[in-house]
Design a protein around this ligand. Sequence first.
Ligand code: F6P
Length: 369
Amino acid sequence: MSNNIHRIAICTGGGDAPGLNAVIRSVVVAASNRGWECYGIRDGFNGILFPERYSEGGVFRLTLDRVRGIAHLGGTILGSTNKGNPLHFPIKMPDGSTKEIDRTDEILEYFALKELDALVSIGGDGSLTIANALHEKGLRVVSVPKTIDNDLDKTVTTFGFDTAVAFATECLDRLHSTAESHQRVMVVEVMGRYAGWIALHTGIAGNAHAILIPEIPFDLDKVAAMIASRDVGGHPYTIVLVSEGAEPLHGHREVVEQAEIGHAERLGGIGEQIGKSLQELTGKETRVVVLGHLLRGGSPTSFDRLVAMRFGTAAVRALAEGQTGIMVALAFPNVNYVAMKDVAGRMKGVPLDCDTLQTGRDLGISFGD
Ligand code: F6P
């Protein structure tokens, strides 16, 4: 046993991302090799907070057999949720209003009762904030960063992002030929929340003609002018890639569901708006494709799988070394550790001076500015 660890628990929180199962397997294998027992908490912390929902138990033993053959699978065998944050848990009051309460003490009590010595929390920014709060209350916690959005600070990348970009790029490749055949404008909306990473990387790799990201408010007149100049130049079709969080210069972000206690607002709809406006402005037939949750599915690329395995085993090494309150991060060429408090609540957007953005500009791609 190292650092008095006998039993650890693992949970996955927030939107799923390809690579979660590879992390789970890596943690279980590396921990089992040290003689530790592993337990999986279902659906974020719901397995602890709502045990009655799970006939087979909200927390279950993760044996080597249970994690065999899962590293290449999308999703998470533990389940996940981006609702019901235990720090801001919504409860209905008798008068119909909703009040929020902090339920993290119940999680700590469960760990003490079941003699669980540490937690490996795999998730994005929301999960990090919860993990950090649990750490500050005395739980031994190591976080593993996950999100297709790539918007977590202090790590070069998160697993899931490469898989999302690879799939979206393949979609753009397919849309080029149909757009060209019909001389249409194709507007493609991708996820990414308030960061434009998925759109930027996909748009450059997939040769989009315009990329609209939250970091650069866009002017559709400029995009329409670019489309017109392509027509004049003998290329009467255009691919416009838009990030769900992109905003017009004099407008607002499109939201499909407002934030409520316990869950964040849901973005979406900007693709449709842009499609309509560009059809009016250019007179060209326009079609809109929303890739949405397709970006979250599928088998992780070998890059994401490897990052996930490096993160999972590094999390176990960190616990064995007696570390807590840290997040595993990628700092090429190595994995390192950063304090969770320095990452939680900080979003990493696309820096306006980054070379990838400059690459797009040098290749003649419009950013709508
Ligand atoms: O953070 C991952 C993500 O897929 C975002 O890109 C997107 O805005 C959000 O989750 C969608 O959440 P939901 O699964 O609740 O629709």
